[in-house]
Design a protein around this ligand. Structure first.
Ligand code: 4AD
Ligand code: MG
Length: 452
């Protein structure tokens, strides 16, 4: 810790020296009084565990100071760190003085009571970071972000920044938000959108830097009000030159495992909490993800398995249809019981930029499916043969002129290359057991919802 920073409660709990005097700042989680002492459980967000503060009744004026203090109030306590007689904590603080920084009116403070539903907490998204479950989720989210940068940096990937405002629809799905000024003049001289993916720009960068990755916000106006879709979400998109679909699969498997490893290493207490209160299968699912080799199957095999399953799916299955979440979950949760990587999808249901396989019917697409979520990663080897690429753009009803800069990439120095996009919120759902994607991003944006 930098020497001039105030210590966090995490530092006090883990490294504070018994017998030393410290200042502890935090929010009161609970207050208990007995005849001779009062106890405060303090939390400052640095760790899930609370610091127990003991306030002897003989402290000058302590009763008056503590009287209005309740759950949610912020305080600064000066005291001596002592060994804790209680289980589950190394140390506690015996107060010499206490200062109230801010009170929280128990009549109106919504987090006074425990046991709120996630749905209710979503309606107070500005206050929910103070609830234990959200502290745990957002600390794990931070771990996953740092683990992402470490993972790619360790493998010689360069972190690049791609534009948020764009003129090309990468996924060709037309689910974009338009960007306009409040006046009439088109600011960019043409229509402009919020990006659905940084991929096309990442490809340009990979053709100079070799291996790159983006980590940024992406936007989709699809009106799917599901527990797995947001209008604004974060995506990590690695892109590798001189790589094919097999390199892509190896990278995806290593990356997911590295993320899970990081959470086990850095967030054991959070995992135990979420495993107890949110999803009893969480730790087992994550353990099996990092210890098992992912299944690799073709789309054609996947369809055969689904057809032979005898399951009654809401969306019927046959070769050529896109896999729905129910199909994806059947494959990963029920059939293989581990993450599954599916390749070789029909070209008609995938984007124009995917590499065409020799059969003329399928493309070198890659979807990674994990239990409870379904698709967590979508990617492909890219079409680097100029003629084929132009033909696919036309087949999709797009104008090659609109993609002239993208075509230029493969006009000069084309090489097999591949990449994928990982939906960051889906990864956070997977690693926390949370059921609704709106509960793993601090301020969710979805149809009809842009408050806070
Ligand atoms: O499969 P998608 O659409 O792939 C692409 O956008 C590629 N251009 C990525 C690439 O190859 N560089 O999206 C990638 C992932 C999905 O697998 C899913 O996890 C997530 O992004 N995703 C969403 N997450 C939250 N809300 C949405 N509306 C999402 N749409 C996709
Ligand atoms: Mg996809």
């Amino acid at each position: 810790m930098a020497s001039n920073m105030k210590p966090t409660l995490r530092w006090l709990l883990e490294e504070g020296v018994v017998g030393e005097t410290y200042e502890a700042r935090g929010w009161v989680r609970t207050k208990r009084d007995s005849k001779t002492v009062s106890f405060l459980a303090l939390n400052d967000g640095s760790i899930i565990t609370n610091l127990q503060v003991v306030l002897p009744s003989e402290l000058d004026g302590v009763a008056e100071v503590l009287e209005p203090v309740g759950t949610g109030a912020s305080v600064c306590v000066t005291g001596e760190l002592v060994e804790s007689p209680g289980k589950g904590q190394r140390v506690e603080l015996v107060a010499k003085s206490i200062e109230v920084l801010g009170l929280a009116d128990g009549e109106t403070y919504p987090l006074q009571k425990k046991g709120h539903t996630f749905e209710f907490l979503r309606s107070i998204a500005h206050l929910r970071p103070r609830a234990n479950a959200f502290g745990a989720v957002f600390r794990i989210r931070a771990t996953l972000a740092m683990a992402t940068h470490r993972f790619f940096s360790d493998r010689s990937f360069h972190y690049v920044h791609t534009p948020i405002i764009t003129a090309s629809d990468c996924e060709g799905a037309g689910e974009m938000f338009e960007v306009k000024t409040s006046g009439d003049e088109p600011f960019f001289g043409r229509s402009a959108m919020l990006t659905v993916s940084g991929q096309l720009n990442a490809e340009a960068l990979a053709y100079g830097l070799g291996r790159v990755y983006t980590f940024g916000p992406t936007f989709r106006a699809e009106n799917s009000n599901t527990s797995r879709h947001l209008a604004e979400f974060w995506m990590i998109e690695p892109e590798m030159a001189f790589a094919d679909i097999h390199d892509d699969m190896d990278l995806a498997e290593d990356y997911l495992k590295a993320m899970v490893d990081a959470v086990f290493e850095e967030n054991e207490a959070e995992l135990n909490f979420l495993g107890r209160f949110v999803d009893k299968t969480l730790i087992q699912t994550l353990e099996s993800t990092r210890s098992q080799v992912f299944e690799r199957i073709s789309y054609t095999d996947a369809i055969q398995i689904l057809e032979a399953s005898g399951e009654r799916f809401e969306f019927p299955v046959s070769w050529g249809v896109d896999l729905q979440t129910e199909h994806e979950r059947f494959l990963t949760e029920t059939h293989f019981k581990k993450p599954v990587m599916v390749t070789g999808y029909p070209k008609d249901i995938k984007a124009f930029y995917m590499y065409g396989n020799d059969d003329g019917k399928t493309v070198a697409a890659l979807d990674v499916l994990v239990p409870r979520i379904g698709e967590i990663i979508g990617g492909s080897q890219r079409e680097h043969r100029l003629d084929q690429l132009e033909a696919r753009i036309r087949e999709d009803g797009l104008e090659p002129e609109d993609y002239s800069w993208y075509l230029d990439l493969n006009r000069y120095g084309a090489t097999p290359h591949a990449g994928f996009g990982l939906g960051f919120e889906r990864a956070v759902m997977f690693c926390t057991g949370m059921q609704n994607i709106r509960d793993v991003i601090p301020f969710p944006r979805s149809p009809g919802q842009a408050a806070f």
